[in-house]
Design a binder for this molecule. Sequence first.
Ligand SMILES: [Zn+2]
Length: 139
Amino acid sequence: MDKRQQILSGKICPYCGKETELIDSAETYQGVSYGWMYICRPCDAYVGCYKGTKKALGRLANAELRKYKHEAHDVFDLIWKKHFMKRAQAYTWLSKQLGTERDYTHIGMFDVETCKKVIAVSTVYLSERGIYERSTKEI
Ligand SMILES: [Zn+2]
């Protein structure tokens, strides 16, 4: 596994480059378990796993990146939720907009800069179609 894959599979922290810990989310969410998560305590970074698996949803995110990921999903998801494209088509469109490989076009894999681009291109797409989305608020 190369370094990019180790980061995207949650095995290595993208901030400090050290190995992450795999823990039950009950350790962080007030005792309620939502499954496994990879965590780097010194960096306050974490990522969840696909339900019932130890497969990470993407790279670890710190507080700043978690905000941008939410914002990117809020805007981008409208493209398929409002049925301008099917979900898979929307991701293909996004990969072309960003110049990222389709297999690596998942918001969970992106850094802050790429999330900002997702917000920008999605906002343009939606505003051209008359969908007024709150402009990229200060986050
Ligand atoms: Zn770290």
